[in-house]
Ligand binder design. Structure first.
Ligand code: FAD
Length: 289
């Protein structure tokens, strides 16, 4: 396991290096996924291109939209003032990634590009309709996060492209977000199943806009679209939320593994979805996180 380590100091240089190394190169952000995969022999890049000294990738901008630089760490997400109100779900997703040491270095961009079906922050970003900005030798393009991961570890990122940021629209008034995760223990644990919900209510307390995203219950993080449709223009009653949980459970395609059986994962979805929706409702009513 040997590789040449490169430390570019601009986005342009990073992309040039990546273009030069082609399939032999890998970007390194926090390294919490990449280094594990290299140590386990799953990846064997000859060149590692660190993003550590590349400026312009670690901003959090909140104005008309929210923009998160690819190198923003989970620690920064969980502690940012901007994510303590209606966007609390984003901080909740970030604060359960690994432990403190992992969150201090692990990044949003790494979470997205690593494309684990259990990537916690990706699930929240899906519920926020996030788009991704990718920059490569051929220029910049914007793609939807939904559909970006096509299989575990596989994304639509083109060869030599750098993910520069994830963006999503600001929430309408009377909105809330929630992230819930089930694991075997409360810290340093990959999700057995996780759920992110985003709800906007109209003046008559009916669902105006809802997103439900699920993690660790399909080959990629997914939207539970039938469950979302079930809520359209209806008030969030206990019965409706429970029904929606069952619909979401029917939409997922979980596997059984050492962490949990497929059936248990589906049962978790049926339980976590109504819980997340109820918490959104509570937050909107309180008008506070
Ligand atoms: C002990 C431990 C516990 C963990 N627990 C969790 C958990 O609970 N939940 C969870 O979701 N994850 C967890 N993880 C996984 C990991 O921490 C996250 O996925 C993290 O966000 C990865 O970010 P990183 O910056 O470390 O990525 P890296 O390891 O640096 O990179 C990951 C992949 O993305 C590519 N990449 C990184 N940045 C870019 C970019 N800007 N453009 C293009 N490609 C890029 C790299 O080439 C690599 O292929 C855990 C990891 C460890 C070691």
């Amino acid at each position: 396991m040997t590789f040449d380590y490169h430390e570019p100091t601009s986005v342009r240089e990073a992309i040039e290096l990546s273009a030069r190394f082609g399939g032999d190169g890998r970007f390194l952000a926090g390294g919490t996924d990449l280094m594990v995969q290299i140590h386990r022999g799953r990846l064997n890049p000859r060149h590692v291109v660190s993003l550590q000294c590349v400026p312009g990738l670690d901003g959090i901008e909140v104005d008309g939209a929210v923009r998160l630089g690819a190198r923003v760490t989970h620690r920064r997400l969980e502690s940012a003032e901007a994510f303590q109100g209606a966007l609390r779900g984003l901080a909740e997703g970030a604060e359960v990634v690994g432990g403190h040491q992992v969150r201090n270095v692990a990044t949003v961009g790494g979470n997205i590009v690593n494309a684990s079906p259990a990537a916690d922050v990706v699930v929240v970003l899906l519920a926020l309709d996030a788009t991704l900005t990718c920059l490569g030798p051929a220029g910049e393009r914007t793609v939807a996060l939904d559909g970006f991961a096509t299989a575990p570890g596989v994304t639509g990122l083109r060869p030599n492209e750098l993910l520069t940021r994830a963006s999503f629209p600001r929430l309408a008034p009377r909105s809330a977000t929630v992230f819930l995760k089930a694991g075997r223990r409360r810290a340093m644990e990959i999700s057995i199943a996780c759920v992110a919900a985003r709800v906007t209510l109209d003046d008559l307390e009916r669902c105006q806009d809802v997103r439900i995203a699920l993690g660790a219950v399909a080959p990629t993080a997914i939207r539970a679209r039938a469950a979302e449709r079930h809520l359209e223009a209806r008030p969030l009653t206990d019965g409706l939320m429970r029904e929606t949980g069952r619909i979401a459970a029917a939409e997922c395609r979980p596997i059984g593994d050492v962490r949990a059986s497929a059936r248990y994962r589906a049962l978790l979805v049926a339980t976590l979805v109504p819980r997340a929706l109820a918490r959104c409702l509570e937050r909107i009513k309180l008008g506070a996180p």
